[in-house]
Design a protein around this ligand. Structure first.
Ligand SMILES: [Zn+2]
Length: 336
């Protein structure tokens, strides 16, 4: 969106995307100037021109520091202000979906935090017209809400208008939270759980990332497709899973300075369509990408090992709220 929200449409077009994400304002600042009327008109005009339906094909990402579940009432009110402002921006652009991180109970009671989050979602729905609030699943660090699918179910249970709440499954977060999805059998087992606990009707989007950290590491570290601990196989499965048709599938893989990398990953996903797990060219590609990520994986494995050793030696230090809040406020380095 650098240069205005309408630029996001052109950038998506340039890399061959048929859906895209964007920030509606700077994700690291509370206040941002409102979207100008002419920018909104231009955004809608370009979406129409290039065949993006803003109601279904665009999935903005909320600010990282919005924590609607914080036990601090003053901070909650401020977070709600940022949240509702984002939703109003969506509706100004005719955007139908809005993805956000459900936040953290910090040092408060987890159940109370979930109730508070649902209350804020209900309030936001009553103050907007159509935008669907999409809860992203989390990697399981600290007291984050939404690392366990049951948390998401509990929130949805308390939302009055269930047609206005959805779920985004981030492949990296899922894996880091301890749900293995790396092959067909595990992928199916995960979705069976999803179906039983959350329900297919709420699946609104996918965030597509490999994981730099191993299974269950609770680390939110995105990696390029095929280079992480997930490997290329799950992305082959995704490219061929009919159930994921017609929802936005958003890449949040590391790009460095070059956004065009997304274009290459989109091409890779298109190439994976109709590939079989034992196709020679697929096997070769999967091995090639794994070797590109081997250094990063080794580094993370070592970190996990040291963490485990420390945990067995020293008694566990209780994390205080401000520690975790500062983590929440920090944009993950690899997420964009
Ligand atoms: Zn994500």
């Amino acid at each position: 969106m650098a240069g205005g929200v309408s630029k996001a449409v052109l950038n998506a077009m340039d890399i061959g995307a048929n859906s895209f994400a964007l920030f509606l304002k700077s994700p690291r600042r509370w206040e941002s100037p409102p979207i100008k009327e002419e920018e909104a008109v231009e955004f809608k005009r370009l979406c129409e021109k290039y065949g993006y339906n803003p109601r279904t094909d665009v999935l903005p990402h909320g600010s990282y520091f919005i924590n609607l579940a914080t036990p601090d009432a003053e901070k909650e009110e401020k977070a709600y202000g940022g949240f509702i402002d984002d939703l109003h921006r969506c509706e100004k652009l005719d955007i139908g979906l809005y993805n956000f991180h459900p936040g953290s109970s910090l040092d408060g009671d987890h159940k109370v935090a979930i109730k508070q989050l649902a209350k804020n979602i209900n309030r936001a729905i009553s103050e907007t017209k159509f935008v669907k609030i999409v809860i992203e699943n989390m990697a399981g660090h600290g007291n984050l809400i939404g690392s366990d699918l049951q948390d998401i179910r509990d929130v949805i249970d308390m939302v009055e208008d269930k047609s206005r709440v959805g779920v985004c499954i981030d492949t990296c977060h899922t894996f880091a939270a301890g749900y293995d999805i790396a092959d067909t059998e595990k992928w199916e087992a995960f979705w069976k759980q999803f179906e039983d606990i959350v329900g297919w009707e709420h699946l609104s989007a996918i965030h597509l990332n490999d994981s730099k950290a191993p299974l269950g590491a609770n680390r939110d570290l995105h990696q390029s497709l095929g280079q992480g601990f997930l490997g290329l196989e799950v992305f082959r499965i995704i490219a061929n899973d009919e159930r994921l048709q017609n929802i936005p599938i958003i890449l949040e893989t590391p790009v460095g300075k070059d956004d065009l990398i997304y274009g290459e990953e989109i091409k890779l996903l298109e190439w994976l369509k109709d590939k079989k797990a034992d196709d020679a060219d697929f096997v070769e590609k999967a091995a090639e990408l794994q070797s590109l990520g081997s250094k990063d994986r080794a580094e993370q494995l070592k970190k996990q090992q040291t963490k485990k050793e420390k945990a067995t030696k020293a008694p566990k230090r209780k994390k205080n709220g401000s520690d975790i809040l500062s983590l929440l406020a920090k944009k993950p380095k690899t997420e964009s």
